[in-house]
Design a protein around this ligand. Structure first.
Ligand code: FPP
Length: 256
């Protein structure tokens, strides 16, 4: 066993890992992913951008199944940001249809694999047809106990924080809470992500090195992993590499 762990420790982050390698050390409980590079993937193939999003949807399935098999408890996927409304109307409409397409194809498999679907974001501007599909999946999977697949849809961290502040102010005014009760833990409970622990690992694909308004509060002590791979090409092996890198880091949470 010790020899195996020593071999694993000696591997480069870019090396090849097996599922068994990864399972020798604790896996992150919550992985959050900024799925970037769909447009460039399509452009490289002279395809329309939406072809990249469609391929990216297939990667969502692959990585969900893989993470579930590794025993990851939660996977948060940044599917549509509060800033993505600035994209061409046709692309926005397509992105808002993707959850329906994904769930109409894969919901039975998610149910069978004990995956629980959740939504994180501002529901106000999400079209009804998208919400209906997601709500149906949430309902059908609510008793599942495996991985939580948390779709960040019309999600923006600043919007989430402002929304939380407004609700806290309302609750102070109507006497539900008193001002002195406001602390970090109470604040976390007012965020869209309140049902989940903070992510242990953040992955961003496509070589971009920024957070793009994603989980700014929740990522305070998260380990970051940036991959040059475009999201539609992201594979199980890439996930293993990200987790292996995480496993080699020493997390101190501000201590020593
Ligand atoms: C960013 O890449 C990606 C998005 C804004 C959309 C991500 C959506 C998916 C991967 C599919 C989601 C699937 C479900 C089931 C909801 P980009 O388009 O900005 O890529 P680029 O930077 O190369 O142009």
């Amino acid at each position: 066993m010790l020899k195996k762990i020593q071999q694993w420790r000696g591997k480069e982050p870019s090396g090849n890992y097996s599922k068994e390698d990864i399972l020798q050390m604790p896996v992150p409980e919550h992985i959050a992913i900024i799925m970037d590079g769909n447009g460039r993937w399509a452009q490289k193939r002279a395809l329309p951008r939406i072809a990249g999003h469609h391929e990216g949807m297939k990667t969502v399935r692959k990585i969900t199944i893989c993470a579930n098999e590794l025993g990851v408890k939660a996977l948060t996927m940044y599917a549509f940001s509060t800033e993505n409304w600035k994209r061409p109307k046709m692309e926005v409409e397509y992105l808002m249809k993707l959850p329906e397409e994904f769930l109409s194809t894969f919901l039975p498999e998610l149910v069978e694999k004990n995956v629980k679907v959740q939504l994180m974001g501002n529901r106000d501007a999400i079209p009804n047809h998208t919400l209906n599909a997601v709500d149906k999946a949430i309902e059908e999977t609510k008793h599942n106990t495996g991985l939580t697949l948390n779709f960040a849809l019309n999600y923006g961290s600043r919007d989430e924080i402002v929304h939380a502040v407004r609700n806290i102010v309302d609750d102070v005014k109507n006497g539900k809470i008193i001002e002195s009760e406001i602390n970090e833990s109470l604040f976390s409970g007012y965020l869209y992500s309140h049902a989940l622990p903070d992510p242990d690992l953040l992955i961003r694909t496509s070589g971009e090195l920024r957070l793009s308004n994603f989980m700014l509060w929740q990522l305070a002590y998260t380990e970051f992993y940036f991959s040059d791979v475009l999201w539609p090409d992201f594979s199980e092996q890439e996930l293993y590499r990200a987790i292996a890198t995480f496993q080699k880091r020493g997390r101190r949470f501000g201590g020593i």
